[in-house]
Design a protein around this ligand. Structure first.
Ligand code: HEC
Length: 244
């Protein structure tokens, strides 16, 4: 068929355009129905603890994502700067996910453990006190605000409804023991969410003030776990290449 015939015939052009878009659309949409099979399980990846999850809520509330992505692409420059490229499994339990390409600040997918808690707290209160050329705004109120966690169970229940395996029943708890091990299963038990949150904040003392649980405790607990769940030293490059 001569291309001219398509270009000069509006009806034919519309039909062919729709056909092309439909195929393209199906290729993108159909895999979403099989997302559970599409995302490879990777050892170590677990849902966030109640405290980390509250930190994540604050991260979203404060709009950190408007400057920071959490998605390291499989390019040499990104891997040299940020570490191993992100795996689909690593954001498997993220609702909403924090992918993106808007990087006014650096990618944070593997920022966990890069700095001490003290550095994170200081940086969040006053970024320019540790990075003089920084253009990041300060968030001093995070250290002042008490963390609200009376609704933590409801928050985890909501995530459970969209497929994050926080457990409500004994069967779900046992399934988590099998999938993640006893210790993690206990963190994911909704009925113990509040006591778990308090215990982690006390033990971690993320904001340096053991007398209170602040929003800073939660946010730093979250930042410090980012990218640390998978132990990449146990795999060689070849293993994850299959997942790209
Ligand atoms: C206006 C854009 C902007 C916003 C909003 C922003 N940041 Fe940043 N962030 C930056 C820039 C630029 C840097 C690099 C300079 C620096 O380290 O301060 C940075 C650096 C960081 C670093 C250090 C990363 C590294 O690898 O060195 C962390 C951690 C961080 N930001 C966390 C946050 C958190 C948490 C929030 C939300 C409470 C936030 N940022 C909001 C721009 C931003």
């Amino acid at each position: 068929m001569k291309h001219e015939r398509v270009e000069t015939n509006a009806g034919l052009l519309i039909i062919l355009t729709l056909a092309v878009i439909s195929v393209g659309g199906l290729v993108e949409i159909v895999p979403l129905f099989y997302i559970n099979d599409t995302v490879e399980e990777v050892e170590g990846v677990r849902p966030y603890t109640p405290l980390e999850q509250r930190g994540r809520d604050i991260y979203v509330r404060e709009g950190c994502y408007t400057c920071h992505s959490q998605m390291i692409r499989p390019f040499r420059d990104e891997m040299l700067r940020y570490g191993h490229y992100s795996l689909a499994a690593e954001s498997q339990f993220d609702h909403p996910f924090q992918w993106g390409s808007k990087r006014t600040g650096p990618d944070l997918a593997r920022v966990g453990g890069k700095y001490s808690n003290e550095w994170q707290v200081q940086h969040l209160i006053d970024p320019r006190s540790v990075v003089p050329e920084s253009i990041m705004p300060g968030y001093p109120w995070l250290a002042e605000n008490d963390l609200q966690y009376a609704d933590i169970e409801a928050r985890l229940r909501a995530l459970r409804r969209v497929g994050v395996p926080y457990s409500l029943s004994e069967e779900e708890y046992q399934a988590n023991v099998e999938r993640f091990g006893e210790e993690v299963a206990r963190w994911l038990d909704i009925s113990r969410a509040e006591e778990n949150l308090v215990a982690q904040a006390r033990a971690g003392n993320y904001d340096g003030d053991p007398s209170r649980i602040t929003e800073m405790d939660a946010l730093v607990a979250y930042l410090q776990v980012l990218g640390t769940m998978v132990d990449f030293t146990q795999y060689d490059e070849g293993y994850f290449v299959e997942f790209r």
